[in-house]
Design a protein around this ligand. Sequence first.
Ligand code: BES
Ligand code: ZN
Ligand code: ZN
Length: 472
Amino acid sequence: MSVSIAKEIVPETEIFICYQDQLPTELSYLSEVFSGEKGEVFVQVTSEGKSLLVGVGKEEELSLDDIRNTMAKVAKKTRQLKIKAAVLRLPVKGLFLDKEVVRVITQGIGLGVYTFDKYKNNGKESVTTHFYIDFKIDTKKENDLETIITAAMYEVEGVCLARNLINEPANKLFPKKLAEIAQEIGRESGFEVEILDEKEMENIGMGALLAVGNGSVNPPRLIIMRYKAGKDDEILGLVGKGLTCDTGGYSLKGTDSMYYMKSDMSGAANVLGIMSIVAKNKIKKNIIAVIPSCENVISGNSYKIGDVLESMAGKTIEVLNTDAEGRLALADALHYIVTKEEVDKVIDIATLTGVAGTTFGNVYTATVANDDEFYNDFELAAQKAEEKFWRLPTDKAYREMINSDVADLKNTGGSGGGTITAGMFLQEFIQDKPWIHLDIAATACTNPGRSEYEYKGGTGIGIRTIYELIKG
Ligand code: BES
Ligand code: ZN
Ligand code: ZN
């Protein structure tokens, strides 16, 4: 799959994107069979080749996200029809004259053709279509448009990288492997990667993270990624939950809910995706990302219910539920990134609480934050990326729910408010830096995809928003 601006070469397949009841004059003879309703696709085969007519509905109702969806659908259709190259003819009106459209079209095509069938012996043999966009804009700006396309392709690659990692089963992707992949991505995209093993984590006192990983024969890893290209000293910190497997430990999950826990490293995958996009697009900012990666499984070495852990921050934590392991791993990673890497602001991304989806389903991602200004910037970026987030309240009554009788904190709250108490647990480890927590438990994976440009499994939620936030 690739996209470029249409030049002299006109491939034999033409794709016309049409507003409803506004067919281009050369196609008006088809008005009986095609009106341009949203989602309508008409394939015409002539001796000269194929034409695809694709409807986007009423001009005044069209959004950029509709265009992303339409293009994803078109890309799947051209793959199905085994079309190798096609020119895309856009209406010379409305949203299609906006430069943003080039980015959105590229995203729609790139994300729309994503599949995960590497473990099928008869995986789909797919034809990739090269799209030439006939964009009616001043040709002086052609280079500009190519730059937008390249940048959007890097975005697509970052999201697909995350999706691939999320969809990998836990026997193929464990902490050491994730660390190796991070190193590879760092080399390819241009950021530095440092890996701490269990001994090195022990030396700096990461007692919470190590307790979670202790039951597994696959040892934990702390993955640190540094990208420094900023003009000033400000550093944004990203932390992604990297549980390559979460059985619940002694608070064992049932079979059905355990199935999805190969994806409990979605936060980590999304952080890796963001780093690759930022580095490939050479964004002039400083970003440091940390992934605490381990497996939560049962053995004689596993941590137990009632244990008291010493976190790196010095705070003690009583374990009431070994399945609330994400906040333990994140506590040490957050303390590490704030104190050792000295970041100024932090965003963490984590599949933390199943109940996030009880309220929001898989539509909105729940957030907890401590700084209005930082959150405001985040919301503006989310609007631009067209991803949905909802901020939860942080009343001190919730904070009281995680006070322990025997330690400084306990790892589960009272009855109800689970997504908030989990967030407020994390807040104890960020030393009052501006911070945003994304609980992606219900939005990291979907089945089926929520739109044409999603595929069942990992979504990459938050990647495009955080990239917009970083890009500014
Ligand atoms: N990884 C899970 C959260 C999760 C649930 C992610 C469903 C994706 C889909 C997390 O570690 C967990 O098990 N959380 C517990 C917290 C509880 C014990 C307070 C939960 O959600 O049940
Ligand atoms: Zn768990
Ligand atoms: Zn988990």
